[in-house]
Design a protein around this ligand. Structure first.
Ligand code: OAD
Length: 234
C-alpha cells in the first residue's frame, strides 16, 4: 500500500535514547516534580521562580554537548526528504531534536524549550539562556513578562486547527513514543481512524490507547522507527 498523506505524532519516547528523560516512565520527570507545581499557568503566577528554574534546568539539559538526535529522528527526516506525498510531523516534544536531524514540516504542539514569549506584546523569541523575572523582551523591552514558550496544562496546544485538518485528510497516522495520557494528542488516533486512515503505534510498550491502533510494533524507537519507515518505501 502506498500512502499519500502521512501524519506522524511523536512523544518523549523518541528522545529517550538521546538522553532526555520521559515524563511517566520509572524515574520520569513527573515522578520528581508535581505537574501542578511547574506546568500550569497557576503555578507560574504563584511561584514563577520554581517554574523558571524547572524550564531553565530542562533547557540547559537539552543544550549539553552529549544530547543529540538519534536514528529514529534521523529516519523521519530522511523519509520526509524523499517522500513525494504530503508529510507532517507533529511533536509533543519541546526539544529541538527533530529539527536538528533535518525535519522540516514540523509542528511543536506543546511549544519549544528554546523559545520565550512575552506576556505583554506576544512576541516569541529564540531563547538559549536562563529565563527569569528580569529577562527583557527583545521586542517591547519590557521585563517581568517573559515566560517559557511552553504549553502548560490547562492551555490550548498550538496549531490545533492545522493538525485537525491534516488528520481529517490523512491515509496513514503513526504515533511514536507517547504514552497516550495527554489530550488532545491522545485523541488523534481516533480522528485518523474516523478518516479511514491506517493507524500505527510504535512504542516501547502498549500505550493507553493501544487498542485503537490497527497495527502495533513494540521496541526501542531507534530500531523500530527506521525499520518501519524503510518498509513504507517512498
Ligand atoms: P510519556 O513519558 O507520558 O510517555 C513516553 C512513552 O514513550 C511511554 O509510553 C514509554 O513506554 C515510551 N518510551 C520510552 N522509551 C522509549 C524508547 N526508547 N523507544 C520508544 N518508546 C519509548 O511522554 P509523552 O507521551 O510524550 O506535556 O507525554 C505527553 C505529554 O505529557 C508531554 O508532551 C508533556 C507531558 O506532560 C506537557 O508538558 C504539556
Amino acid at each position: 500500500m502506498s500512502y499519500q498523506n502521512i501524519v506522524i505524532l511523536t512523544g518523549a519516547g523518541i528522545s529517550q535514547e538521546s538522553g532526555l528523560g520521559t515524563f511517566r516512565d520509572n524515574g520520569g520527570l513527573w515522578a520528581e516534580y508535581a505537574i501542578e507545581d511547574v506546568a500550569t499557568p497557576e503555578a507560574f503566577a504563584a511561584n514563577p521562580r520554581l517554574v523558571y528554574d524547572f524550564y531553565n534546568m530542562r533547557r540547559a539539559e537539552l543544550l549539553k554537548d552529549e544530547i543529540s538526535f538519534n536514528s529514529a529522528h534521523q529516519a523521519l527526516a530522511d523519509f520526509e526528504s524523499h517522500f513525494a506525498g504530503q508529510f507532517k510531523l507533529v511533536t509533543q516534544n519541546v526539544d529541538n531534536l527533530h529539527e536538528a536531524a533535518g525535519s522540516k514540516s514540523l509542528i511543536h504542539m506543546h511549544g519549544e524549550l528554546q523559545k520565550a514569549r512575552c506576556l505583554f506584546c506576544g512576541h516569541i523569541s529564540m531563547w538559549e539562556d536562563d529565563l527569569d523575572e528580569k529577562s527583557i523582551c527583545p521586542s517591547c523591552q519590557d521585563t517581568r513578562g517573559m515566560r517559557p514558550h511552553i504549553v502548560w496544562f490547562g492551555e490550548m496546544p498550538l496549531q490545533m486547527d492545522d493538525i485537525y485538518s491534516l488528520l481529517a485528510d490523512c491515509d496513514l497516522f503513526v504515533s511514536i513514543g507517547t504514552s497516550g495520557n495527554v489530550y488532545p494528542a491522545a485523541g488523534f488516533v481516533q480522528i485518523a481512524n474516523d478518516a479511514g486512515a491506517h493507524t500505527v503505534e510504535l512504542n516501547l510498550e502498549p500505550s493507553q490507547g493501544a487498542t485503537l491502533f490497527k497495527e502495533k510494533i513494540y521496541g526501542k524507537a531507534s530500531e523500530i522507527v527506521p525499520a518501519f519507515l524503510k518498509g513504507l518505501g517512498r
